[in-house]
Design a protein around this ligand. Structure first.
Ligand code: AMP
Ligand code: MG
Length: 396
């Protein structure tokens, strides 16, 4: 059976980076150009304190300086600071000519228009020199950077309101199953509500992708084909839940084949979620996730999210596993590599992970307190508390 790592390689090799576009809303996107500063920052030597600008060489115990001017932020000084003189200056204001240090106002004694120092002042104290943060022409955000809130601030500082960035692929979510009804409906005797549709839409949204919910297809090939065709028209990534196993009402594999989808794999050494299907239609991707909610969830985190990240231009699309000690003993006996719900918690010397209780892939409630998936190898295992395990932290 196909190993998870190999399956991921196949997915990532088919997930091609989208064509960059100009955007004015680049949060979470990856830059497709180098961003250089158009100015020196700060543009002038500036004070980092409310205080007094003076010549440090004149400073010493109880030396008196006469205040010659007051400079708030946003104004230029007009007077040169000479020996025995000082300018009252606010944080962010330009340092007047002649001065080379700032004394915070709480460290001087003020008497009318004269201040007295309580000690000598080193050259450059509380002055940010011109260009200390960045200089004109310097690349401050290289191509390939994923734009965080701090990067958004920096873009504004260098005057960039629009940048070239990779788009995030759109996702279309299709639910399947004769037994599935919408959340707003009262299920009949043999029916359940659609939890996967809204959950997968939320997972899609959490990647930054515009995610559209297409509705529920019955277990009937024509109607399923119509909905999947609409999904391919609407998005670069189609995510289908249910109908992908080997039952006589599992029409997803056959319908995809008839639509011209090339299937790259359809079974993985993975629990929950063995019958996961991955295919492509041209440059578009399709994932058939098994219908049990935890299987759909795990399949999304292991394969769909990394595919989104890759197409969105991220150099390291994940999933990014970390090695963390177990908080408690863990006994497992699985015929496949298994992902268990877990909770990362802070411990005395770093983090540890606590396995959650669950009864299997239908146990969506087990995921409520989960913020990590614990990967355990196949076989009968008794892992003692403190044993290091491979963990995928989850973030939305
Ligand atoms: P399937 O993969 O279609 O064989 O479905 C496996 C299990 O998941 C069955 O018990 C289904 O009823 C359930 N299931 C399928 N789709 C959904 C859904 N959208 N929401 C909740 N449960 C589902
Ligand atoms: Mg089904």
């Amino acid at each position: 059976m196909l190993e998870i790592a190999t399956a991921l390689e196949i997915v990532l090799s088919r997930a091609s980076v989208l064509t960059p576009e100009s955007t004015t809303h680049p949060l979470g996107r990856v830059l497709a150009e180098d961003i250089a500063s158009d100015l020196d920052s700060p543009p002038f030597a500036k004070s980092t304190m409310d205080g007094y600008a003076l010549r440090s060489a004149d400073s010493g115990n109880s030396i008196a300086f006469s205040v010659i001017e007051e400079v708030p932020a946003g104004r230029m000084p007009t007077r040169v600071v000479g020996p025995g003189q000082t300018t009252r200056i606010m944080t962010g204001a330009p340092i007047p000519e002649g001065a080379d240090a700032v004394v915070p106002h709480e460290l001087v004694d003020l008497d009318a228009q004269t201040i007295r120092l309580r000690g000598s002042i080193p050259v450059g104290q509380f002055i940010l020199t011109r260009g200390k943060e960045m200089q004109t022409g310097e690349v401050v955000l290289p191509r390939g950077t994923r734009l965080t809130p701090a990067s958004i601030g920096l873009l504004a500082a260098v005057g960039r309101t629009a940048v070239q960035a990779y788009p995030i692929p759109r996702i279309a979510v299709v639910s399947t199953g004769d037994e599935i009804v919408e959340a707003g409906q009262q299920p009949g005797a043999s029916q359940i509500r659609n939890s996967n549709g809204p959950m997968l839409q939320a997972l899609g949204t959490s990647t930054g992708a515009a995610t559209q919910y297409m509705g529920i297809a019955p277990d009937q090939p024509e109607q399923l084909a119509n909905l999947v065709r609409d999904a391919f028209d609407a998005a670069e990534i189609v995510v289908i839940s249910g109908g992908v196993s080997a039952g006589s009402f599992d029409f997803v594999p056959g319908v995809l084949k008839n639509l011209g989808v090339e299937t790259h794999f359809h079974k993985i050494n993975l629990k929950p979620g063995k019958p996961l299907l991955f295919g492509t239609l041209g440059t578009k991707l399709v994932f058939g996730l098994p219908g049990n909610p935890v299987s759909s969830f795990v399949g999304f985190e292991l394969f769909v999210r990394p595919a989104v990240c890759k197409m969105a231009g991220q150099a390291e699309p994940g999933p990014n596993f970390v090695t963390i000690p177990l908080a408690t003993d863990l006994k497992t006996d699985n015929n496949r590599v298994t992902f268990l719900p877990g909770r990362l918690e802070a411990a005395a010397n770093g983090y540890q992970v606590r396995p959650g209780k669950w009864f299997g892939s239908a146990d969506l409630r087990a995921m409520l307190t989960t913020n990590a998936l614990i990967r355990v190898p196949a076989g009968e295992l008794a892992l003692a508390a403190g044993t290091s395990v491979s963990v995928l932290p989850l973030k939305w």
